[in-house]
Design a protein around this ligand. Structure first.
Ligand SMILES: NC(=O)c1ccc[n+]([C@@H]2O[C@H](COP(=O)([O-])OP(=O)(O)OC[C@H]3O[C@@H](n4cnc5c(N)ncnc54)[C@H](O)[C@@H]3O)[C@@H](O)[C@H]2O)c1
Length: 332
């Protein structure tokens, strides 16, 4: 198959490209290599794909409508894995327009490209942040998510709504994946594990929000990648109108959580980092940040039913893999 991976220089995009390489596909990756975080890490991820002859990279901005339309027309992709986005909850308070450009305009350009070139399946990244401050746990894709508490979450929810419309109007099969706090080697420097590990090795204090009273359903990168790759082959089909009664959802549209399925408290996560680094963390306790959610916990039943897969890597093992990578990459 000919595949497009957007955000290929990113944490998850790079890992998905590596995993799909060598499987008989032709892979084209795009990314605008923006400087939201250290660009040299993005470049290093691309260099790590240099030994994959079936992977080709083009620097492109999702929001460039003409370039995106030309890309889709030229390449005729069979399937698309759309992971490029402006990520991060906290930064959406500082620079909301970055989210509108990448996540709304960019997502629209991907949908249009898929529609016009008759892509057989679009798989795109949503986020656990769409659950906002929901109190019912674990979070299920059947839950109401009409109350996002950050602009980032609102754009991810909008992505799902836009995808549904294209599935309905143009029979474009789409699957949204709500990822839960992804971590692991080649991870993102703006996320807790990276920041905490850097602080611990540097002997500096870590900022621990909500005084440590938070929990996250931390999900190891390999589990996310396995979920993405399996879902790619589960192409949603339209439901026949004859079986529809009051439920009008007939579009070839699907939505899954990909999370480990077991929340870990922030303090336990920090203890795992201490164990993996062999150093003590100095915690600087702070109040809750605006836009942040107190807990996340994925209901993973629907993913299991569709793919036969359940994420399995424990936080202890996953944090150790990250710290080993960090030591080697930064020569610590
Ligand atoms: N990492 C997580 O914990 C997590 C959790 C939930 C959802 N997600 C979603 O998963 C996807 C991948 O996240 P990630 O952690 O790999 O983030 P990342 O920032 O490492 O990767 C995203 C990539 O997209 C690129 N990009 C951003 N705007 C672009 C644009 N306008 N045009 C082209 N490229 C652009 C960036 O340069 C980056 O390389 C994102 O959609 C993110 O919102 C991630």
């Amino acid at each position: 198959m000919k595949l497009l991976i957007t955000g290929m220089a990113g944490f998850i995009g790079h890992a998905v490209a590596r995993r799909l390489s060598g499987q008989g596909h032709e892979i084209v990756g795009i990314d605008n290599l923006n400087d939201y975080y250290d660009v040299s890490l993005k470049q290093a991820r691309l260099e790590n794909l240099a030994d994959c002859p079936d992977v080709r990279f083009e620097r492109m901005d999702l929001a460039d409508r003409d370039a995106m339309a030309a890309l889709f027309e030229r390449e005729s992709f069979d399937r698309v894995i759309h992971l490029a986005a402006q990520a991060g909850v906290r930064y959406s308070l500082e620079n909301p327009n970055a989210y509108v450009d990448a996540n709304l305009v960019g997502h629209m350009n991907v949908l249009e490209g898929c529609r016009h070139s008759k892509v057989e399946h679009l798989v795109y990244a949503s986020s656990s942040s769409v659950y906002g401050a929901n109190e019912k746990i674990p979070f299920s894709t059947d839950d109401n998510v009409d109350h996002p508490i950050s602009l980032y979450a609102a754009t991810k929810k909008a992505n799902e709504l836009m995808a549904h419309t294209y599935s309905h109007l143009y029979d474009l099969p789409t699957t949204g994946l709500r990822f839960f706090t992804v971590y692991g080697p080649w991870g993102r420097p703006d996320m807790a594990l990276f920041k905490f590990t850097r602080a611990v090795f540097g002997g500096k204090p870590l900022d621990v929000y909500n005084h440590g009273d938070m929990s996250r359903d931390f999900t190891y990168i390999d589990d996310i990648v396995e979920g993405v790759v399996r879902v790619l082959d589960v192409v949603p089909k339209p439901r026949g109108t004859d079986e529809v009664t009051t439920d009008t959802r007939t579009a070839p549209y699907a939505l899954f959580n990909i999370g480990h399925g077991s929340p870990v408290s922030l303090m336990d996560f920090i203890r795992a980092i201490e164990k993996a680094t062999g150093r003590e963390a100095i915690c600087n306790f702070k109040p809750m940040q605006a836009g942040d959610v107190p807990r996340t916990w994925a209901d993973t039943e629907a993913l299991f039913e569709a793919t036969g897969y359940r994420p399995e890597v424990t936080v202890e093992d996953g944090v150790q893999h990250f710290v080993d990578w960090y030591r080697a990459f930064y020569s610590v």
